[in-house]
Design a protein around this ligand. Sequence first.
Ligand SMILES: *Cc1c(COP(=O)(O)O)cnc(C)c1O
Length: 230
Amino acid sequence: MSVGENLNEIQERVSRSAEKFGHRWEDIHLVAVTKFVDRDKIQEAIDWGIREVGENQVQEIERKMDFFQGARIHMIGQLQSNKVRKLTRGVTLIQSIDRKSLLKEMDRIGKRENIIFKGLIQVNNAREEGKGGIYKEDLPALLDYIEGLDHIQIEGLMNIAPFLDDVEEVRPYFRDMRNLFEKIQKISYNQIKMNILSMGMTHDYEVALEEGANMVRIGRAIFGERDYSK
Ligand SMILES: *Cc1c(COP(=O)(O)O)cnc(C)c1O
């Protein structure tokens, strides 16, 4: 199937699953994850109407900047503090914020460049080792820390669920994220808003949408299996 055909099918599925939560298609940000995807296929996605793309490496964002033609760019991979300075132009949302040291560097660079970084806090609510994301119990302290930083604006939360064959088993993790999202929404912060809940990938996006995600990050279902040899 072509990228366009895949996207037509995904649009239908996204709409159907989102409706179960009370969202409409227009409420959902569909981020096309373009890692390991070549220019022609990215072009097909843009032609179809994709307006948001995700990459997990800083140098790939730099290399593909022209391919994206003004689409909003999301940094979705683990971010080293020393790469922050390369993300001052062209990146809409840094989705993988998960620690103080990173925030401190973002705030420093933001001050220097006179910009405000926008991002999501990545939460590892399944406590999977080796994965990015903050543990839930450490979240309140991080939020308090962010309130003291002038060059950071938090727009919501991001989550990567455990990869389990039976997607029903990941539903509780998505539900837990939704509860956390709503809990933080009720607290009045200056620098922290809860507008975006980014969760769900090819394997589990339908369940994530049913549980209230309003942003999904989809790669393989759009572009096919990734060719890591390139
Ligand atoms: C690769 C990636 C995705 C997309 O995964 P697919 O299985 O290709 O849909 C989503 N989020 C993050 C953080 C990723 O690294």
